[in-house]
Design a protein around this ligand. Structure first.
Ligand code: SIN
Length: 282
């Protein structure tokens, strides 16, 4: 299958044109895709027509899948697929309409956070609903010395849904789901297990404190760190097209969804997400 890999920005991202992911990729093509993912951090496969089972099959080639803690937003007949959707049935949202309100890395609040995430666009709005992706290798390389010193060797405390309290979330974790996802700690700076490069792992949606520091100092350092990681130089904004399957590397990328039109009844954004499990953060 001939295909092209074209960079999307100077920061990160490449689009792949010409691959049909509904068909199994041969080993050489799969190896090239895997390398492109390590090189570009976010891949966008254009013009796909994927069933949930196709998406699960492709995602699973990168490792075992992880299920999201919000269990009532998954496809009943394919529970590895999380539905992100502003559509409603009988008045209720059929999936998570507002996932990713702040910069984050998926499942960072788990002992073993996600390796990568695939998000497949079935319906996209005429405008709005972009996803921002930020290159945490670049952010790490550009850390001012005083901040690099302040976070060196430190671990942050990560909590599911912690920073969601200021928003009226349409679907959130139930008490049982919250109890099943207690706080964990991870290094603020991590080393990518495949590339060996360092990146910033702490992110505003889930990192609530720095272990061993008092609240004031911890909050000052995290605020400065998050101001640094959100700089435009590190960011690419993806404008979705129907048929895009994006695949980002949660080990070196943070992302955020634009939810500015979430309360507009004309705004329809409907996507299927699969999440590939990762290993320990080191
Ligand atoms: C997510 O954080 O998984 C959702 C990102 C998006 O909806 O753009």
């Amino acid at each position: 299958m001939p295909y092209d890999i074209r960079p999307l920005s100077d920061t990160l991202g490449a689009e792949i044109i010409g691959l049909d992911l509904a068909q199994p990729l041969d080993d050489a093509t799969f190896a090239a895709v895997r390398q492109a993912h390590l090189d570009h951090l976010v891949l966008v496969f254009r013009d796909q027509r994927l069933s949930p089972q196709n998406q699960v099959a492709f995602s699973s080639r990168f490792g075992p899948l992880d299920r999201h803690p919000v269990t009532d937003a998954v496809l009943p007949d394919c529970p590895d697929v999380l539905v992100l959707s502003t559509k409603r049935k009988n008045g209720a949202f059929i999936g998570l309409p507002d996932a990713g309100p702040m910069w984050h890395s998926d499942l960072a609040y788990r002992e073993h956070p996600a390796l990568g995430t695939m998000l497949y666009a079935l319906e996209t709005p005429d405008y709005g609903g972009d996803t921002g992706f930020a290159n945490m290798y670049k952010a790490c390389e550009a850390l001012p010395k005083h901040l690099a010193d302040a976070v060196a060797g430190k671990r942050a405390v990560f909590l599911a849904g912690r920073n969601n309290k200021n928003r009226s979330f349409r679907k959130g974790l139930t008490k049982v789901e919250k109890d099943e996802t207690p706080a964990v700690t991870h290094p603020i700076i991590r080393t990518h297990p495949e590339t060996g490069r360092q990146s910033i792992f702490a992110s505003p949606q889930h990192a609530v404190a720095i272990e061993g520091l008092d609240e004031r100092e911890s909050s000052e350092i995290l605020t400065a760190l998050f101001d640094h990681t959100a700089q435009p130089d590190f960011i690419y904004h993806h404008k979705w097209r129907v048929g895009d399957l994006t695949f980002w590397d949660n080990r070196c990328v943070q992302h955020i969804a634009d939810l500015s039109r979430i309360d507009d009844p004309a705004y329809i954004r409907h996507m299927h997400r699969t999440t590939i499990g990762g290993g320990p953060v080191e």
